[in-house]
Ligand binder design. Structure first.
Ligand SMILES: NC(=O)c1ccc[n+]([C@@H]2O[C@H](COP(=O)([O-])OP(=O)(O)OC[C@H]3O[C@@H](n4cnc5c(N)ncnc54)[C@H](O)[C@@H]3O)[C@@H](O)[C@H]2O)c1
Ligand SMILES: C[C@@H](CO)CCC[C@@H](C)[C@H]1CC[C@H]2[C@@H]3[C@H](O)C=C4C[C@@H](O)CC[C@]4(C)[C@H]3CC[C@]12C
Length: 369
């Protein structure tokens, strides 16, 4: 892939390229992958910003398609050298049915693998998730663990179940012979909670804070650590993995890597305040204002309301039994596997990641600044 005859000749496909992470992967590839000649962006919904990318030296091909449709995936993959499969249904709020989540995340991933095998595409990078590991149903903490830390990965919620199944499919496909007889090389990246420009949940918290007169109320103890990683660094890791998979196939093929950077270990709410604070919001309470049992009750009530209202409307608040359990369980990673295996160093320092995210929040309509 890397010899001079192939310089500037690589075709990459990014599934989910119009999503929060996908957009950053797309832009990072255009900036950091000099051997790119065509970049295909495959997504259910194509965004207008794609148009501005079409004026550069790399051919940008936007493909509107659905990963659950094998023939659409096969057509998009045909002739690609590398596939970065980041499309997924990220739903922990009960918006989609468990069946739909499974179909998109598991069947969609199977379709991508089969398309690689059929078309002779050799390199597949899968965006997995920390949720493949935990927090588990027992709410056991995972404190600064790494890829080898023993932890019981037991799940019931459709989203982590689907990500775990899909990740397994990707890892098991490593070494399968693709068209032409060469082996498929795959690996999976497991981001913790991603933040940065375009993060919908950060947007939701910001608007909620504005509605509450510039205040947010602490619900989770400050001692519960939640792993977070800047979107630019997650994108950079995808680009590096895709680049290095060929040269280090024996080492990297079939491997998983947590996505990490130098973002500080904090509770979910305290971490959000790193950005929302400078934008005029304040987190009220050094300790949770409501007792935990009451939050559990409210979360259960939300789940009941969601179920009762489903025939009439979609009620999907941020707080439900699953999101409460995730937010209230320590899950942080501390690893250097990506550095050892493919030389990853974060491209953005914590200060830069923070500044960029704050600027993005400030630029949102209705900024409290
Ligand atoms: N956001 C996080 O904190 C986080 C953390 C860990 C892992 N991840 C993983 O990263 C990936 C991207 O997540 P995100 O936060 O950018 O989500 P997102 O919803 O912003 O992006 C997902 C993209 O996939 C597309 N998509 C959904 N269903 C599709 C289908 N059937 N066919 C084609 N495209 C489809 C969506 O249109 C969207 O553009 C997901 O696989 C997710 O599981 C996200
Ligand atoms: C109890 C509320 C009081 O303020 C806070 C609720 C916060 C939750 C909505 C979020 C807390 C942790 C988040 C998840 C985590 O960051 C990792 C994820 C992995 C990724 O693959 C998908 C998104 C998510 C599940 C993310 C979703 C939102 C939280 C549960």
């Amino acid at each position: 892939m890397a010899d001079s005859a192939q310089a500037q000749k690589l075709v990459y496909l990014v599934t989910g390229g119009c999503g929060f992470l996908g957009e950053h992967v797309v832009r990072m590839l255009l900036q950091q992958e000099p051997r790119l000649c065509e970049l295909r962006i495959f997504d259910l919904h194509l965004d207008p910003w794609l148009e501005e990318l079409k004026t550069g030296p790399v051919q940008v091909t936007a493909i509107q398609g659905d990963v659950t449709q094998a023939h659409e995936v096969a057509a998009a993959v045909a002739g690609a050298h590398v596939v970065i499969h980041t499309a997924g249904l990220v739903d922990v709020f009960g918006r989609a049915s468990p069946e739909t989540i499974h179909e998109v995340n598991v069947q969609g991933t199977q379709n991508v693998i089969e398309a690689c095998v059929q078309s002779g595409t050799r390199f597949l990078v899968y965006t997995s998730s920390m949720e493949v590991v935990g927090p588990n149903v027992k709410g056991q903490p995972f404190y600064r663990g790494n890829e080898n830390t023993p932890y019981e990965a037991a799940h019931r919620h459709p989203y982590p179940c689907s990500k775990a199944l899909a990740e397994r499919l990707v890892l098991e496909a490593n070494g399968r012979k693709v068209r032409g007889g060469l082996p498929l090389v795959t690996c999976a990246l497991r981001p913790t909670g991603i933040y940065g420009e375009g993060h919908q949940i950060m947007r939701d918290f910001y608007h909620q804070g504005l509605r509450l007169g510039g205040r947010l109320f602490r619900a989770i103890p400050a001692s519960v650590e939640h792993g977070r990683v800047y979107v630019g660094n997650v994108a950079w890791m995808h680009v590096l993995v895709a680049r290095e998979l060929e040269h280090r196939a024996a080492l990297m093929g079939g491997q998983v890597y947590f996505c990490y950077d130098n973002s500080p270990y904090k509770s979910y709410e305290d971490f959000n305040m790193e950005f929302l604070g400078p934008c005029g919001l304040r987190l009220v309470g050094a300790r949770p204002l409501l007792p935990y049992w009451l939050l559990v009750l409210l979360a259960a009530l939300n789940a009941l309301l969601q179920w009762l209202l489903r025939p009439l409307l979609l009620y999907a608040p941020l707080l439900n039994p699953y999101t409460l359990a995730v937010a209230n369980t320590t899950f942080t990673v501390s690893t250097d596997k990506a550095q050892r295996h493919f030389g990853y160093e974060p491209l953005f320092s914590w200060e830069e990641s923070r500044t960029r995210t704050i600027r993005w929040v400030q630029a949102m309509e209705g900024s409290a600044q």
